[in-house]
Ligand binder design. Structure first.
Ligand code: SAM
Ligand code: SF4
Length: 327
């Protein structure tokens, strides 16, 4: 079992399988000058599978594949099939921007993926382009509907609300849950790294989002489902779907944190906001034993901080950007 020094059980591993992306969201990546990792620096699927197998043997029950944009990496569906062979009950999930989803949803389902989260920040095509610096709203919407049609459920949509940019769409996003049994999740913007275009004053807090949703109808707090993660769950009366609010900054949920993150170049991060990283790639490539890798997973767990300091005056932004960590 992976148990940290504060009594938290770590049973969730987030795997960033690439740092590359087909969008350039302004809160995540700059337009230019993003140095992609060279091919050999990125962990191979065999290496990822080996680490995941060791983590599963240590009690990990859920794996999320993320990036960069995970759907741009070739061979993903066979990798998911291999992950599935580790344990038939392992919860396998994916976070994607949805651009390539329509063409891949069926194969992802057949490979054994359980659930998908799609990130989408605007329902207006021009604004979508403004935020992500690329066209693609129609492709994402097609991907969402295809994923629903092939049976991914509950389908979750992650929206990062940014004041003066897309915060006027909070109600329109909530309305997606009226007819669709989807979970619309509002995530507080996190100023995790320097050099991005929005700043922390543009964060729209959970309390404000809830107040606005209450004007749409009776907003009832509903029990957090087993798949909800750090989201607080709500439902508008008569709506088919749910609303999730992830107060990443305003009420951090570190006390319930159950996760470790592995970057595409094989660094384990005890916390999203860690400055510390533990190198797994070197021992992997130097013929390290399973025991050695197990010890490093235990070390990362032991080094998990009690809580992050984002939002406080002494918070130091991480040197890696979100696309390099996986969110
Ligand atoms: N490319 C995929 C996607 O966008 O879903 C996976 C990687 S992305 C880094 C994972 C999540 O992090 C996305 O939902 C994205 O909106 C979120 N994210 C990125 N930068 C963020 C920030 N500064 N604040 C809050 N969420 C952020
Ligand atoms: Fe790419 Fe996701 Fe970052 Fe947007 S949030 S730039 S889609 S990695």
């Amino acid at each position: 079992m992976l148990q940290d020094n504060f009594g938290r059980t770590i049973d969730y591993l987030r795997l960033s399988i690439t740092d590359r992306c087909n969008l350039r969201c302004r809160y995540c990546m700059p337009e230019d000058g993003v140095e992609s990792l060279p091919h050999h620096a990125v962990l191979s699927y065999e290496e990822l599978l080996r680490i995941t197998g060791i983590a599963v043997a240590l009690g990990v029950r859920k794996v999320r594949i993320t990036g960069g944009e995970p759907l741009v990496r070739r061979g993903l569906t066979s990798f998911i099939q291999q992950l599935r062979t580790l344990d038939p009950d392992l919860e396998l999930t994916l976070t994607t921007n949805g651009i390539l989803l329509a063409g891949m949803a069926e194969a992802l389902k057949a490979a054994g993926l359980n659930r998908i989260n799609v990130s989408l920040d605007s329902l207006n095509p021009e604004r979508f382009r403004e935020i992500s610096r690329r066209d693609g709203l129609d492709a994402v919407l097609a991907g969402l509907h295809r994923a629903a049609a092939v049976g991914f459920s509950p389908l979750k949509i992650n929206m990062v609300a940014i004041r003066g940019v897309n915060d006027d769409e909070i109600e329109a996003f909530a309305a997606l849950s009226r007819e669709n049994p989807w979970e619309i999740r509002f995530i507080e913007f996190m100023p995790v790294s320097t050099g991005l275009e929005y700043d922390s004053r543009q964060r729209v807090g959970a309390a404000e989002i809830i107040a606005r949703l209450q004007r749409l109808g009776h907003l009832e707090a509903v029990p957090t489902s087993a798949t909800a993660g750090p989201a607080n769950c709500y439902q508008l009366s008569g709506y088919a779907g749910k609303i999730g609010i992830i107060p990443a900054v305003s009420q951090h949920f570190c006390g319930a944190c159950n996760r470790l993150r592995l970057t595409a170049d094989g660094r384990l991060r005890p916390c999203l906001f860690s400055t510390e990283e533990i190198d797994l790639r070197s021992p992997l490539r130097a013929g390290g034993s399973d025991q050695e890798l197990r010890d490093l997973l235990l070390q990362a767990t032991g080094n998990k901080p009690l809580g992050h300091r984002i939002g406080s005056d002494d918070f130091a932004p991480a040197s890696r950007r979100m696309h390099g960590i996986g969110g």
